[in-house]
Design a protein around this ligand. Structure first.
Ligand code: ZN
Length: 228
C-alpha cells in the first residue's frame, strides 16, 4: 500500500467563482478521489486550514508520497512545516510531487535551492501539448505522446530550477512558448517530481492522461511500478 497525502492550500476554491466552477468539490478532493480508485493506494487530504497545516510528525510518519498544490498561500506555510517536509524527503525517503504553481512553494524552493521563478507569456492562457522526452521513464509509461490539454496557463522558460536529473516532459503552448513541464530529481533518500499542468480555473485534474501521469509519479516516487 502506498500512503499518499494530497495537500492543496484550498484558498481560491472558497472565494473565486471560476475555481469553484472547475472544482466544485474542491481540488484536493478531486485528486484524492481519482487516486482512491487504485486499491494499492490509500489517500488522505489536508489543506492550509487543517490542524498544524496538515503536516505533523505523526502524519509524515504515515505518508509515503505527498502531492503539493499551492499558489496564493505559499507564504502562509510556516518554515517549521517546510523543514518537516524537507527532512521527510531527504532523510526518510518520502516522495513529493509538486503540482503547477507549487513551483513557487517554499518546500519546492528548499528542495531545489534555486529561485524556481519562471516567465508568464502574453496571452497567459493557451492550448498545451505535453511532449514526452523520456519514453522509457516510469512516469511516462503508457502516456500518449503528446498529451493535448485544451486550455492551460502557459508557463515559460527560463524556469530557474537546477538541471533535472530526468526531464520527462516538455510543454509547448500554442503561440506561447515552451516549458520544462515534468522534471524529476533525487534529493537525499527521496524523490521529487515537478509537474506543470493544473491551473486552478481549468479542470485539468479530471483529464485521464494527467491522472495517469500523477499515478505513475506516485509509484515512481515510492520506488514502485504501477501495475505490478
Ligand atoms: Zn496557475
Amino acid at each position: 500500500m502506498i500512503k499518499v497525502l494530497v495537500w492543496c492550500e484550498n484558498i481560491q476554491n472558497k472565494t473565486q467563482e471560476d475555481v469553484k466552477a472547475a472544482y466544485p468539490e474542491e481540488m484536493h478532493n478531486t485528486i484524492a478521489e481519482f487516486l482512491r480508485a487504485d486499491p494499492n493506494i490509500s489517500v488522505s487530504t489536508a489543506t492550509l486550514d487543517s490542524p498544524d497545516f496538515g503536516v505533523t510528525d505523526e502524519i509524515l510518519a504515515n505518508t509515503d508520497v505527498v502531492l503539493w498544490w499551492g499558489h496564493v498561500g505559499h507564504g502562509q506555510v510556516p518554515d517549521e512545516v517546510v523543514e518537516k517536509l524537507y527532512n521527510a524527503v531527504v532523510k526518510k525517503g518520502m516522495g513529493i510531487i509538486c503540482l503547477h504553481s507549487a513551483h513557487f512553494s517554499k518546500i519546492f524552493k528548499r528542495l531545489m535551492g534555486t529561485s524556481c521563478g519562471l516567465a508568464i507569456p502574453k496571452p497567459a492562457f493557451a492550448q498545451e501539448k505535453l511532449w514526452t522526452l523520456l519514453p522509457g521513464h516510469p512516469i511516462a509509461a503508457g502516456i500518449p505522446n503528446p498529451v493535448d490539454i485544451e486550455m492551460e496557463e502557459a508557463y515559460n522558460e527560463f524556469f530557474d530550477i537546477p538541471q533535472p536529473d530526468e526531464l520527462v516532459f516538455n510543454a509547448a503552448f500554442a503561440n506561447c512558448g515552451s516549458f520544462r513541464a515534468g522534471a524529476a530529481y533525487h534529493r537525499g533518500r527521496g524523490k521529487v517530481f515537478y509537474f506543470q499542468p493544473g491551473h486552478e480555473t481549468y479542470p485539468i485534474y479530471r483529464q485521464k492522461e494527467i491522472q495517469d501521469i500523477i499515478f505513475n509519479a506516485v509509484y515512481w516516487a515510492n520506488n514502485k511500478t504501477r501495475g505490478q
